[in-house]
Design a protein around this ligand. Structure first.
Ligand code: ADP
Ligand code: ADP
Ligand code: MG
Length: 472
């Protein structure tokens, strides 16, 4: 039985894992670099160990982290997302040192982390994939030849990419020529591996992904889909479960396809199979993430299943508690990634001291955050500072609840994406549940609204301030 877990991460996901441990009667161990001395995950965990002065490097040192797990008496390690979560070396080191890795085995991580190997496995299993190159691109000549074959527009993608980086759309050969070296260099810098491949660009697709769970006894189930089509620069902003854009037949089909994909690779633990849905209602496999995902909260909210606790039980060798027919869902959940970024200034990261923070509450509201009043957001990490997840029985209800909760939420001291989300929630296409991954780019006016407060509102605000000051 797992009694003590090392949390190999930071920020809100580290806090999330500590909470799961606490509810299960499991001790938690945090790690932190100098930049995180005052971080919430350090305060919340039962124990915390310093892993160096350099802000990021400590979180990427697998040997040292597993050493701490061993010496502090942990029997398992949870990698969270980002950092080492999809690094097969960490899973290997854990296995060698007798620490249970809360995730799939190293071979599965290796196979699915390589988008070419993942595609090959899916094609073999009869899962539809976007047409593209069979292997990594050898050179620019091969890229041009293959692009000509699949037809423009194409996507040039880092084979080991993640987090929406290392992806470029090329509409013609000229763009391919100018982007090729750039994507290779980006891939090398961001992921340490310069390999790239290409696939057909699906025009105006919806991003639909399926949450799966597999145990060590060969059982695999899906927990329905999430719609992550609201993205900026291939990075998710708002995630929804279930997708308001699918009918029941499509929902059954994609859930089943996700579970089949996971079964085909003998998947164990929680994972996500990502698909694109094209304008003719065809689904294509895109990639699989072999870890807990940022937006797992929306699935938890509609199904009532605690995914992090399930991950821990699976790593402990227990069979899944649910059969496919036991998994139901209710209503709609929507997650907003609250990023410390300035929408008025091209979403430039806005780090610094949170002078005032008030978390929204009330019915159907969940907050996953690692900040508090007085906390200083360090500049070295991802700009996401909180996740707001709301639930309601209906699509209209969840939009109104989201609007109200975003209104309730107070984050002073740094700029955030909250006002931008308020604009998206007002947009008729969004409200009518008709959107795809081009939504953000297709509606630059939403950012203009955030920027330009209408003159009548400005006048009213000034009048109200004067009235308050004079006690009128
Ligand atoms: P999700 O896939 O869970 O929806 P993201 O793609 O936004 O979420 O990734 C979550 C975090 O993990 C981000 O901070 C992102 O930069 C990081 N990340 C994801 N994949 C990789 C990767 N292959 N290498 C490095 N960082 C990654
Ligand atoms: P990452 O590992 O960075 O998450 P993905 O392969 O999941 O990379 O792609 C991220 C996003 O990029 C997708 O959600 C989608 O919006 C866009 N994208 C990726 N591949 C394609 C494609 N072939 N056609 C259209 N859009 C794509
Ligand atoms: Mg992805």
């Amino acid at each position: 039985m797992i009694k003590k877990i090392l949390v190999a991460n930071r920020g809100e996901i580290a806090v999330r894992i500590v909470r799961a441990c606490s509810e299960m009667g499991i001790k938690s161990v945090a790690i932190y670099t100098d930049a995180d001395r005052h971080a919430l995950h350090v305060k919340k965990a039962d124990e915390a160990y310093h892993i160096g002065s350099e802000p990021v490097a400590g979180y990427l040192n697998a040997h040292n982290i597993v050493n701490i797990a061993v010496t502090s008496g942990c029997d398992a390690l949870h990698p969270g997302y980002g950092f080492l979560s999809e690094n097969p070396e960490l899973a290997d080191i854990c296995a060698r040192r007798g620490i249970k890795f809360i995730g799939p085995n190293a071979d599965t991580i290796r196979q699915m982390g390589d988008k070419i190997q993942a595609r090959t496995a899916m094609i073999a299993a009869g899962i539809p994939c976007v047409p593209g190159s069979e292997g990594n691109l050898a050179n620019l000549e091969e890229a041009c030849m293959l692009a000509g074959e699949v037809g423009y527009p194409i996507m040039l993608k880092a084979t080991n990419g993640g987090g929406g980086r290392g992806i470029r759309r090329c509409d013609n050969e000229k763009e391919l020529l100018s982007n090729y070296d750039r994507v290779i260099s980006e891939a090398g810098k961001a992921f340490g591996k310069p390999e790239v491949f290409l696939e057909k660009c699906v025009v105006n697709p919806k991003h639909i992904e399926v949450q799966v769970l597999g145990d060590s006894h060969g059982n695999v189930i899906h927990l329905y889909e999430r719609d992550c089509s609201i993205q900026r620069r291939n990075q998710k902003l708002i995630e929804i479960a279930p997708s308001p854009q699918l009918n029941q037949e499509q929902r059954d089909y994609i859930g089943d396809l996700g579970a089949r994909a996971a079964r085909a690779v003998g998947y164990e633990n929680a994972g996500t199979v990502e698909f694109l849905l094209d304008e003719n209602d065809n689904f294509y496999f895109m990639e699989m993430n072999t870890r807990i995902q940022v937006e797992h909260t929306v699935t938890e909210t509609i199904t009532g299943i605690d995914l992090v606790q399930e991950q821990i039980r699976i790593a402990d060798g227990l069979p899944l508690q649910y059969k496919q027919e036991d998994v139901g869902f209710r209503g709609y959940a929507m997650e907003f990634r609250i990023n410390a970024e300035d929408p008025k200034n091209n979403f430039l990261p806005s780090f610094g001291k949170i002078t005032r923070y008030y978390a929204p509450g009330g019915p159907g509201v969940r907050i996953d955050a690692a900040m508090y009043s007085g906390y200083v957001i360090p500049p070295y990490f991802d700009s996401m500072c909180a996740k707001l997840t709301v639930w309601a029985l209906t699509w209209e209800g969840v939009i109104e609840r989201g609007r109200r909760a975003l209104d309730d939420m107070v984050v002073y001291g740094v700029k955030t994406t909250i006002p931008y989300y308020q604009e998206i929630l007002q947009h008729p296409e969004f409200r009518n549940a008709q959107f795809n991954t081009s939504f953000v780019e297709a509606h630059p006016e939403l950012i203009d609204y955030v920027t330009k407060i209408p003159p009548e509102l400005r006048a009213a605000a000034i009048a109200a301030a004067i009235a308050a000051h004079e006690g009128i």
